[in-house]
Write a protein that binds this ligand. Sequence first.
Ligand code: FE2
Length: 108
Amino acid sequence: MRNKLDRFEWNEKYRLGFAEIDAQHQQLFATINELVRAVNSDLAAEHLTGIIEALLEYKNLHFKTEEKYFQEFRYEEAEEHIAKHAEFGFETRGAASQKRRGPGAAGL
Ligand SMILES: [Fe+2]
């Protein structure tokens, strides 16, 4: 039997005390959990693609928001953090396009 991941739990230790960012992080958890639920219920690929695209769109909005505040507050580790965002963007774009092409598309 396959082991299923149920959900990602928001924890108060993740709270930064910056309302806009905390709300976005909580929304990201909610959208990721929506995706986990959809995967666990074996929904049609189009439905999963819709959720993944919504998640990627929200992730982009969130990264833009964070990067705006990095500049505004002259965050010392901004460059490193922005590079991590870019790396994550690259990985998620790869996963999304693989999902669109279907299983086995990665040639593994
Ligand atoms: Fe974040």
